[in-house]
Design a protein around this ligand. Structure first.
Ligand SMILES: [Fe+2]
Length: 323
C-alpha cells in the first residue's frame, strides 16, 4: 500500500519573499522534515538568501496548506512570468510547480477510478520528464512566455488526452509519456504566429486564418529539428487539426490516415476550446459540448473516440476536473 506523503516540495526559486503565503515551512535534513519557520512570521529575503547559500533547492509545506499555496501560485504565475524578477530557470520551475499543483487538484478526488489514479502519476512523471530534459523544458518556457493562456490550455488538453488514451487503449508508461509530451506541445507552432492574430478580438480575415493554420506544420518542423521528440509526439503536433472527413489541415488526411494520438488530442483540443474561454472560465457544460461535437460537427471525429470522450467527461465525478 502507498504511504501518503504529508509534505509537498516547493522550489525555493519560485518563492517570493514576504508575499508568499504565511504557512509553516520545513526543510529536509537526513530524511527528516525539520520546521524552518512557523506561520506568523514572514519568509524574508534574508531567509531566502541564507537557504540558497546553503544549497537548499526545495522547502516543504504541509499537504494541508496546499490549497492556499496553489491559489497563490496560480494567481502569481502570470504576473511573475511577465515580470523580470525571476530568472528563466526559476520561471520554468515555478510553472512546473503550478502544473503539478494543478494536476494534483484535477485528480484529487476520493471517487476517482483506478484509471484516473494511474493517469495522475503518469502526468506527474511527464512533467518531471519535461523538467529533466533541457530542450523540452526550454520549448515549454518559450510557449509560456509567448502566451500564458496557450500553456494553461495545453495543460488541459494534455490532461484530457492522457485520460482518453488511458480509457481507450492500453499503453505503456513510455507511450503515455510520448502522448503527454506531444499533447502539451501541440500548439507549440503558435510561437510563430504574431500576437496580433492570436489575441485579435473578433473575426480573423482570410490572410490571418492562413497564417494561423501554419502552426501545426511550423511547430512540427521546429521540434523535429530539435531532435528530442519521438515520432508519436511529433505526429500530435503536426496532425492535431486533421479531421476524419478530410476537411482538416495541413495535409487533409482522412480517418485512419490520421495517427490515433493526433485524433485523440484533436478531440481534446476542440472540447477544451468549447468548454473554456481564454480566461479559464467555463462556457458550457460537458454534455452540451459533446452534443455539439456529435451533431453539429458531423464527420469530423471518430465516433468511437467521441464515445470515449463522452464516457469520461459526462461522468459526474470526472466532469469537474477536466474543466
Ligand atoms: Fe492547434
Amino acid at each position: 500500500m502507498e504511504t501518503k506523503e504529508l509534505f509537498v516540495p516547493i522550489s525555493l526559486e519560485s518563492i517570493e519573499p514576504v508575499i508568499f503565503p504565511d504557512v509553516a515551512l520545513y526543510i529536509k535534513t537526513g530524511g527528516n522534515y525539520v520546521l524552518y519557520k512557523n506561520n506568523g512570521r514572514d519568509f524574508s529575503a534574508h531567509d531566502h538568501e541564507r537557504l540558497s547559500k546553503h544549497g537548499v533547492e526545495f522547502v516543504f509545506v504541509s499537504k494541508n496548506d496546499m490549497d492556499v499555496i496553489t491559489s497563490y501560485m496560480e494567481e502569481a504565475a502570470e504576473r511573475l512570468l511577465k515580470g523580470d524578477t525571476l530568472t528563466s530557470r526559476a520561471k520554468g520551475k515555478m510553472i512546473y510547480q503550478t502544473s503539478i499543483n494543478f494536476v494534483d487538484d484535477i485528480f484529487n478526488n476520493p471517487e476517482k477510478s483506478t484509471d484516473l489514479n494511474r493517469t495522475r502519476r503518469l502526468i506527474e512523471n511527464l512533467m518531471l520528464y519535461l523538467s529533466d530534459e533541457p530542450d523540452a523544458i526550454s520549448s515549454l518556457e518559450t510557449v509560456m512566455l509567448h502566451n500564458y493562456h496557450t500553456f494553461v490550455h495545453s495543460l488541459q488538453v494534455a490532461s484530457l488526452s492522457l485520460l482518453m488514451h488511458s480509457e481507450a487503449y492500453s499503453l505503456s508508461r513510455d507511450e503515455m509519456l510520448d502522448v503527454g509530451t506531444g499533447a502539451i506541445l501541440h500548439d507549440f507552432g503558435k510561437i510563430f504566429v504574431p500576437q496580433g492574430i492570436l489575441n485579435k478580438n473578433g473575426k480573423l480575415n482570410e490572410t490571418e486564418i492562413e497564417i494561423l493554420k501554419r502552426h501545426p506544420e511550423e511547430g512540427f518542423v521546429y521540434l523535429q529539428n530539435k531532435g528530442v521528440l519521438t515520432p508519436v509526439a511529433l505526429s500530435i503536433v503536426r496532425f492535431h487539426h486533421e479531421r476524419c472527413n478530410g476537411s482538416g489541415y495541413p495535409l487533409g488526411l482522412e480517418n485512419n490516415e490520421i495517427p490515433r494520438s493526433a485524433q485523440v488530442t484533436g478531440i481534446a483540443d476542440v472540447y477544451c476550446t468549447l468548454t473554456t474561454d481564454h480566461h479559464g472560465n467555463k462556457t458550457m457544460p460537458p454534455h452540451v459540448a459533446v452534443q455539439i461535437m456529435e451533431n453539429q460537427m458531423n464527420g469530423l471525429f471518430s465516433p468511437h473516440l467521441l464515445g470515449t470522450l463522452e464516457k469520461l467527461v459526462c461522468t459526474e465525478e470526472v466532469q469537474q476536473f477536466i474543466l
